[in-house]
Each structure stands twice: as C-alpha cells, then as structure tokens.
Design a protein around this ligand. Structure first.
Ligand code: 3IO
Length: 336
C-alpha cells in the first residue's frame, strides 16, 4: 500500500512537471483575455495580420493570454476605433489613419506622393516615423504595431488611359489619396473601405483608388474590369491598445508585445506585397481584368500634377507647428 502511494505520488509529480515543461504555467492559462477589434471583413489583410498576431501572442505567452478577435466591425467600426479603444470598448483595435486625416498629421505624411515603393518599406518607414516623433494623438494608447498597404492604383468600371478619362470620374478613396485624385481631375468620394462594396454595386462610384489586393480580397475584380497602374500613395494603419489594460499586464507579456512590434510590421508588409501579386494574377486569369500602363509621356503629366501636394502639406503643417520638412526628409530616408 505504502509503496503504491509513493509510486502514484511520484507519477503525479512527474506528470505535473511534464505539463509545466510543455505548457508553461497551466495555473494562469488563458487568464488574460483581450478583445481585438477590426473594421474590415475577415479575409482582408488587416484581419489576416490580426489572426497572425493572435497566434504568435498565444504561443509566446504559453497560453497565458487569449486574444478574442472581432473582424468586420462587429465590435468597433472604422471611425470609432481609436476612441473606442481609449474608452475600453475593445482592448485592442486596428485603425486606418487616412480615415481621420486631421487627427494624425505626422503619420499621415506617409500618404504624400513620396515614392514609397511597396508595403514592406512603407510599413518599416511608418513605424520608424512614429517611433521618432511619438505624436501626441497616441498618448492615451499603446502602439502595438503599424503597417501600410501597397501603393495605390485606379480600379474602375470604365477604362482610364489619360487624364482626360479621369475628368469628373467618381472614385472612392480616403485621406491623402483624395487630394491626389482631385489633382488628377477626378471626383473623390470619401468613405472607409468596407462601404466601397455597396457603393460599387449601386454605382455611386465608378471605381476606387487603393492597393490591388482588394481586387481579390473584396472581389472588386467582378465589378472593376480595368486597372490603371499609378503605383502612388499608401494608407497608414496602426494597431493600438488601451493604455490602462496594457499597464495591467505582467512584464513578460508586455515584453512579448513589444518584441512583436517591428516583426509584425515587417510580416504584414511582406504578406501585403505577396497578396498584391496573387490578386493581379487572379484578376487577369479568372476575371479578365485589363491592366493599363500609362505611357512615359502620360505618366509625366500625371506626376507633374502632384508636385504641389507635398509643398502645400509642408506649408500647412509648419503653420500648425510641425517640423514638416524634417518629417518629409525622414520618410524619404527611411524608404531607402
Ligand atoms: C484597406 C482597408 C481595409 C481592408 C483592406 C484594405 N486594403 C487597403 C486598404 C486601405 C484603405 O483603407 C483604403 O481606404 O484604401
């Protein structure tokens, strides 16, 4: 009897030790539950990166943290995201800064026509810019990562080959991209990306100006049979966390989050760039989309229309007290 109980105690301790080794601290498993809100539908890149972050966090905290994700605006929508996270309606949220241009002066400078070549470089430049200037609009939150989409192109129901074709065309965009559409003579219609699905179906807009992965992820290729390659302008995004909630986390969890910040930016930029190639192939092969390149002469005309935009931004931002020239110089340096 005695011998047997010693055996079972030993076995019990052994199993416990094995559990600890494999699962870390089972006592606290999943005790920290975080709600993560996102505004677009689950298959789109902001939500794909959210699911990747969730998996990494749960793995790296040995299950100590459980992340509950809410895609498709089910917890917070595009425009209420930042205030919702500050108020604690969600612990974490993903914002597209172009939707509130006046609120994010520094980070939205990445939406100027500065020649950001892809999402990977754009994402790293955006994060560096944020780290350097620490803009005060993020004071009440903790930034978990930032990233951008890839440069925008014009996706339309009608072919656009010249600036004359752009004249008065109703195109959906947001923030800095709207200024660019205006400069090209189009009629920009501002709305967050998820609303574009209905606007295109109803015909309220004739197309949109954004990164091409949406041709596949939102199935816009079914409506927009033409793409004019402009490769201009990105949209900056941030993932933010409620500050009190962040401060309440154990140090080892905080470290996991901070260690993921740059890695997640790089992962998302890389994923986005890859997704663009897949969307182009899918649009051509399965949806017969025509891709239009501007001739060098025509391209020069389009580019010349944008020259004043950065100059004007510098004047306006300087008047508001921002080191505008330095910000522009930094973005150009960060993308090298
Ligand atoms: C975007 C926003 C949500 C889901 C997929 C997306 N791809 C590019 C964007 C950028 C954007 O918000 C926009 O308005 O073009």
């Amino acid at each position: 009897m005695v011998k047997r109980s010693i055996f079972s105690t030993t076995l019990f301790l052994f199993v416990l030790a094995a559990c600890l080794a494999v699962f870390g601290t089972p006592v606290t498993a999943g005790t920290i539950k975080l709600n993560y809100a996102n505004f677009p539908p689950a298959p789109t890149f902001p939500c794909v990166q959210m699911e990747r972050w969730k998996v990494e966090v749960e793995k790296r905290t040995n299950g100590q943290v459980a992340v509950n994700t809410f895609p498709g605006g089910t917890l917070l929508g595009a425009k209420g995201m930042l205030d919702g996270v500050i108020a604690g309606q969600a612990d974490i949220g993903n914002i597209c800064m172009a939707y509130q241009p006046g609120r994010f002066i520094v980070t939205n400078a990445t939406s100027l026509p500065l020649g950001i070549p892809d999402a990977k470089k754009g994402s790293m430049a955006l994060l560096k810019l944020y780290e350097k200037y620490q803009p005060k609009e993020f004071e009440d939150v903790v930034v978990l990562t930032m990233f951008t989409n890839a440069p925008g192109n014009v996706m339309t129901k009608v072919p656009v080959k010249t600036l004359a074709d752009m004249k008065g065309l109703d195109l959906r965009a947001s923030g800095g991209a709207n200024q660019i559409l205006t400069a090209w003579g189009a009629n920009p219609v501002g709305m967050p990306m998820p609303q574009t699905v209905e606007a295109l179906q109803k015909g309220t807009v004739k197309g949109l100006f954004s990164s091409l992965e949406v041709m596949k992820d939102f199935k816009f290729a079914e409506n927009c049979k033409y793409v004019t390659m402009t490769e201009t302008v990105i949209y900056p995004f941030a993932v933010i966390m409620n500050k009190q909630k962040y401060n309440s986390l154990p140090d080892d969890v905080k470290k996991v989050f901070m260690d993921l910040k740059e890695e997640q930016a790089l992962w998302t930029g890389t994923y986005m760039d890859d997704q663009i190639q897949k969307a182009i192939a899918w649009s051509k092969d399965s949806n017969n989309v025509e891709f239009i390149s501007l001739s060098p002469d025509e391209k020069a005309k389009w580019d010349s229309k944008l020259e004043f935009i950065t100059e004007k931004w510098i004047t306006d931002a300087k008047a508001k007290g921002f080191p505008a020239e330095e910000i522009v110089k930094d973005i150009k340096a960060f993308i090298q």
